[in-house]
Write a new protein. Structure first.
Length: 364
């Protein structure tokens, strides 16, 4: 079974979230951008993957078509581990992290979708799990910079059944507002997206500590300064989470060796796909760190995350759900939580192919 064709589909779906648009890279986000990778075998099997893109869609697409596809086409679609290794080795000259690995992640997810379809098994069963048909979710609020809006959105998430709410804020007022709105029985997490120096982070963490954070996420720039995060964790007693900006298992190995985190957050669309995610999961287990995937996605990366958590035997782990309202969805209501949790797809592969009407209507 050979890889015969690799295509990409970029879509932009408008969304609302109850706040003013914000974003990264000098752009404000008004659409949810998804780069899908479609892989077809010589036998006609089709798999779908997702490469991290947000504001770098064209760069990732170029890496997929001009760097990865020329190597991958004609290779055995069943030998995913070897292809992942070969691609990382042959393309290492262009960087082991970032754009190249994002594109590789999309291909890898698509190949695992094909593997499940070929075996007639959902991905979580192919990976050795079968006992978890529902997974707990947490609401991942977007950035508001407004205490009243944060409080209102926190209450809305709780009314929808969430018992864990994550903020993307950097000021005390918004965190305090969320805690007052949630009461003491709902967990509050704070993702700061790498804003502070180590000293600034220490100062702010001590201020935020009184609001009983379930975890503080990525408080220091650069995010790979694992020693500084470890000192902050040790010095403040606040649980730390990180990993969405890590690529490959080697960065996670170093993060665990530093004792930096309580929660590891590999992103299947960024880390190297399903193949690399599985390596990270094993390292996290060995280090005694809770796996808590980064998954604010609405494409195949979200489905892959469901399966990867469902395949694990032990407790722990939640699914991150961006708390936004999309104009359309590739998978209908599959991405909508029910009483604070998600149903794990039971059909072969990832369990659902993208809606062709959504692909056509929202093509970028």
């Amino acid at each position: 079974m050979k890889i015969a064709r690799i295509d990409s589909h970029s879509i932009k779906v408008p969304f609302t979230f109850g706040g003013s648009p914000t974003g990264y890279g000098g752009r404000n986000w008004t659409t949810n951008n998804i780069l899908l990778v479609r892989v077809e075998t010589d036998g006609g099997l089709v798999g779908w993957g997702e490469a991290f893109c947000y504001g770098c869609t064209e760069a990732v697409r170029a890496a997929l078509h001009h760097m990865i596809a020329p190597i991958a086409i004609g290779e055995d679609a069943r030998d995913i581990a070897k292809l992942s290794y070969d691609l990382q080795q042959k393309l290492h000259l262009f960087g082991r992290y970032g754009i190249t690995i994002f594109a590789l992640s999309g291909l890898d997810i698509a190949l695992w979708d094909i593997a499940g379809k070929a075996a007639g098994l959902p991905l979580h069963r192919l990976l050795g799990g079968s006992g978890r048909d529902r997974l707990p979710a947490y609401a991942s609020l977007l950035k508001y910079r407004d205490p009243e809006k944060v409080a209102a959105r926190t209450r809305q998430a709780i009314d929808q059944g969430y018992r864990h709410v994550k903020l993307h804020e950097t000021e005390v007022a918004e965190v305090k507002a969320a805690r007052l709105a949630a009461g003491n029985d709902v967990a509050i997490m704070v993702d700061t997206n790498c804003p502070w120096t180590p000293e600034q982070a220490r100062h702010m963490t001590l201020k935020l500590r009184e609001y009983d954070l379930h975890w503080l996420e990525e408080p220091i720039f650069p995010p790979e300064d694992f020693a500084a995060i470890a000192r902050l964790r040790e010095g403040t007693g606040v649980a730390m989470a990180a990993g969405e900006n890590n690529c490959t298992s080697f960065q996670f190995r170093d993060m665990f060796a530093a004792g930096a985190v309580d929660y590891a957050q590999p992103s299947v669309t960024k880390v190297g796909g399903v193949s690399e995610f599985l390596k990270v999961a094993s390292l996290a287990d060995a280090a005694g760190v809770t796996l808590m995937p980064h998954s604010p996605y609405f494409g195949p990366g979200f489905l892959a995350t469901l399966h990867l958590l469902a395949a694990r035997g032990g407790p722990g782990g939640m699914i991150e759900r961006y708390h936004m309202d999309l104009e359309a969805c590739l998978y209908g209501d599959l991405i909508d939580p029910i009483e604070g949790g998600f149903v794990v797809p039971s059909e072969p592969g990832l369990g659902r192919d993208p809606d062709p009407n959504v692909l056509k209507t929202y093509a970028a």
